[in-house]
Design a protein around this ligand. Structure first.
Ligand code: 5GP
Length: 199
């Protein structure tokens, strides 16, 4: 049995609690780090550039696309998002597994580029529950909530292409479930020590 550092993609509808689960999982486990994405959306209150996202302009984003710097990109809720290859490589080379908290369009692109990547879908207990959570966040407009709800239904339809799913009903239990899936995929029986992919 060997330990293999991996790329984990975590997707799920906005408001399903991906961020909370990922933060908890990373604080409970060493050698697990999130990659910071680029986005063209404006920072929310309390969000820090370089920590929550790299907040960049459309022009900067398109220049990075042209330079081939992205592992994946997507247009989500009216804004551009993307994962830099350099960010993923930096984390893997430091000896950690990497978590990409990205949407399903991005998840599919990562699976194509890195077939060994593990795709995990975080589900809310129900769509009603999801709407309640989005409203309680009070950070989105009514129009934005409606857009996020319609995207949520589309994302849930694609979830069966994912390798595993976690239902986020109880945060503590869902964090444990997520950590168990991560550990299962890191412990492999093929004798390989590294990921064996190039970006
Ligand atoms: P938010 O604007 O609420 O932070 O994120 C909106 C959506 O964009 C979420 O589903 C989030 O997972 C997704 N997202 C964040 N970063 C990336 C990224 O780098 N690539 C892709 N494809 N989606 C992302």
């Amino acid at each position: 049995m060997s330990l293999q550092r991996r790329v984990f993609v975590i997707s799920g509808p906005s408001g399903a609690g991906k961020g909370t689960l990922v933060t908890r999982a990373c604080s409970e486990r060493p050698f697990l780090q999130t990659a910071v994405s680029c986005t063209t959306r404006k920072p929310r209150d309390g969000e820090i550039d370089g920590r929550h996202y790299y907040f960049i302009t459309d022009d900067e984003f398109l220049a990075l696309v042209d330079a081939g710097e992205f592992l994946e990109t997507a247009y989500v809720h009216g804004h551009r998002y993307g994962t830099l290859k350099s960010e993923v490589l930096r984390i893997i080379e430091s000896g950690s597994s990497v978590i990409l908290e990205i949407d399903v369009q991005g998840g599919m692109q990562v699976k194509k580029e890195i077939p060994e990547a593990v795709l995990i879908f975080i589900e809310p207990p129900s769509l009603e529950d999801l709407e309640k959570r989005l409203r309680s966040r009070k950070s989105e407009s009514e129009e934005d909530i409606e857009l996020r709800m319609s995207n949520a239904m589309q994302e849930m339809l694609l979830s069966n292409s994912y390798d595993a799913a976690v239902i986020n009903d109880d945060v503590k239990q869902a964090t444990e479930d997520l950590l168990e899936i991560i550990a299962d995929f890191e412990n492999v029986d093929d004798g390989k020590e590294d990921l064996g992919f190039e970006l």
